[in-house]
Design a protein around this ligand. Structure first.
Ligand code: HXC
Length: 512
């Protein structure tokens, strides 16, 4: 072998070794895989093409002359997932704690540019101690280059981030600008300032996981969208997410071979709504009976559980699903569930995924906190997102559609293409008790509790059904619950070629 080849092979081998055997052993001891091991699990075998494996940090930087790591703590390139092309980067914690450098940025930006130009999804595996301290402002500027590209790619190509270790400081904002964040249950955390700084500034004492651990961001802050038990499961979730998404916003999502009969009707649906209108039921069970079997994947399952969002399939086609969840806070619309729904609707719209909405909500949540923290602004996001969306939209009112929430949850006026209702639907301006107290205040004062019941019964007979709405053309069809699946499939078949555009503009001003 000649010297040229020997040198190349040595450098390549060094790049593959990352921070060396000892660091790799430490990484494994923490229950974490290396960047290359993660990519091997994520990508189809033999499909990875690496770029920038030999790029090295500036050796004249503060204290950096004594060591040389080809690749500089990040592995970037292109590969395939189930035969579909993707751009990937994986930070390598074994090299300088995966700290983010100018070279890392140049490598990520290169694949971001190529991914955007080629219209293929971007996946980032994060495991880093943040901005490389030795590079000073250069590493800060380097983040900015990545953020800009995240924003330009937003809504054009799917962007998925997996947090597999630390993600601190400004590093959190690249994942936050992407479409989905998956976190592994242990060892991953995100925060803009760590426990020590918080202690110094505010005096609060908080542990790392309590500050920015997996469940904090999945259940409380809503920053992350999915939890995985371990790294393998996290990478499987990425593959699952991609299976519902197109390569870019000019394509439709892939259809898989249908495996569940389109005409299947499940009798159980006809009795899923309890006789007692205030009794909760689990909307998840309802969804599982309607969509292609086992196809429903919930997004944000721990956050704002009064609403459900997720992807499913109907006759093999991807659909986005939004549903109020009556078994949690009666399915009320509050600040967090409004954010959750609005964001998901916009993701579906960006990526040409039809939206199916199931409505059973008593309305927007009343309360001083809700008003003071901006339920008006946040609630408006739901209206904005549904009105703006041009993908096929179908709604099914299963029970309560009361007040503003009836309108917001993809009503006809929000440019819904087809409104269906079950016979159990209740479509009214407000609940019976409140309405009667406003309308019959004088009569109630004179006649007492007996009259209240009579007036309420009359009100319910008049409004707590779908027939007035159907009479007025606000509901297109009242169907038996078990007919929902075939009805949806037939409707989506028609709507598949729907063309609708919004007026030209630079961008709208969504209430944020
Ligand atoms: C340079 C870093 C580094 C960093 C870690 N290392 N973070 N080197 N810059 N930001 C190095 C360590 O010196 C160490 O090298 C090796 O990586 C492994 O780190 P350890 O501390 O031994 O690992 P661990 O105990 O697991 O702790 C991990 C950690 C800790 C919690 C992430 O390293 C840490 O607190 N790092 C700093 C985090 C941080 O504050 N980052 C800056 C955020 S501000 P040796 O050779 O000694 O083993 C920011 C601003 C960006 O990112 C703004 C953009 C807009």
């Amino acid at each position: 072998m000649n010297d040229y080849l020997i040198k190349l092979r040595e450098l390549r081998e060094k790049a593959i070794q990352g921070g060396g055997a000892e660091r790799i052993a430490q990484q494994h001891a923490r229950g974490k895989l290396t960047a290359r091991e993660r990519l091997a699990l994520l990508l189809d075998e033999g499909s990875f093409q690496e770029l920038g494996a030999l790029a090295t940090h500036n050796l004249t930087d503060f204290g950096m002359g004594k060591q040389r790591f080809p690749g500089d703590g990040i592995v970037t390139g292109f590969g395939k997932i189930n035969g579909r092309r993707v751009a990937v980067y994986a930070q390598d914690f074994t090299v300088l704690g995966g700290s983010f450098s100018e070279v890392q940025s140049t490598k990520i930006c290169h694949i971001q540019d190529l991914a955007l130009e080629s219209g293929i999804p971007l996946i980032g595996l994060n495991d880093s101690g943040g901005a490389r301290i030795q590079e000073g402002v250069r590493s800060l500027a380097a983040y900015g280059e990545v953020f800009t590209r995240n924003v330009l790619a937003s809504g054009v190509i799917p962007q998925i981030s997996v947090i597999m270790g630390p993600c601190a400081g400004g590093a959190v904002y690249s994942p936050a600008l992407m479409d989905f964040i998956v976190m592994t249950r242990r060892a991953s955390y995100m925060f803009i300032t760590g426990p020590e700084v918080i202690k110094a500034v505010t005096g609060e004492d908080v542990a790392m996981q309590d500050l920015g651990g997996t469940m904090v961001h999945n259940a409380k802050s809503g920053v992350a969208h999915l939890v995985a038990e371990d790294e393998r499961a996290a990478l499987e979730l990425v593959k699952l997410l991609l299976s519902y998404l197109p390569q870019n916003n000019t394509e439709d999502p892939p259809q898989i071979e249908p495996y569940d009969p389109a005409e299947r009707m499940d009798e159980q649906l006809n009795s899923i709504i309890p006789e007692d209108e205030n009794e909760p039921y689990d909307a998840r069970e309802m969804l599982d009976l309607i969509f292609d079997r086992r196809s429903f994947t919930e997004i944000h399952p721990y956050y704002a559980r009064n609403a459900i969002v997720g992807f499913a399939r109907l006759d093999g086609y991807s659909v986005g699903v939004v549903a109020n969840q009556p078994s949690h806070l009666a399915g009320v619309l509050d600040i967090d569930s409004s954010d959750k729904i609005a964001r998901f609707v916009r993701i579906c719209d960006a990526f040409n995924i039809p939206i199916v909405t199931f409505v059973d909500t008593p309305g927007y949540l009343p309360g001083v906190d809700q008003e003071h923290y901006g339920i008006i602004r946040h609630g408006a996001k739901v209206i904005y997102a549904y009105c703006e969306a041009t993908v096929p939209k179908i709604s099914i009112v299963t029970r309560k559609a009361i007040g503003g929430a009836y309108l917001a949850m993809s009503s006809k006026q929000m440019r819904c293409d087809l409104m269906l209702a079950w016979p159990t639907a209740q479509i009214a301006v407000m609940g019976a008790d409140g309405a009667v107290r406003v309308l019959y205040r004088k009569e109630l004062a004179a006649q007492g509790a007996q009259a209240l019941q009579t007036f309420e019964r009359e009100y319910r007979e008049k409004f707590f059904n779908p027939y007035m709405a159907a009479d007025l053309g606000q509901i297109d069809e009242i169907i038996e619950p078990k007919e929902t699946r075939p009805r949806l499939i037939r409707a989506l078949e028609v709507l598949r070629t729907k063309v609708k555009q919004n007026p030209p503009k630079k961008h709208g001003l969504m209430p944020v």
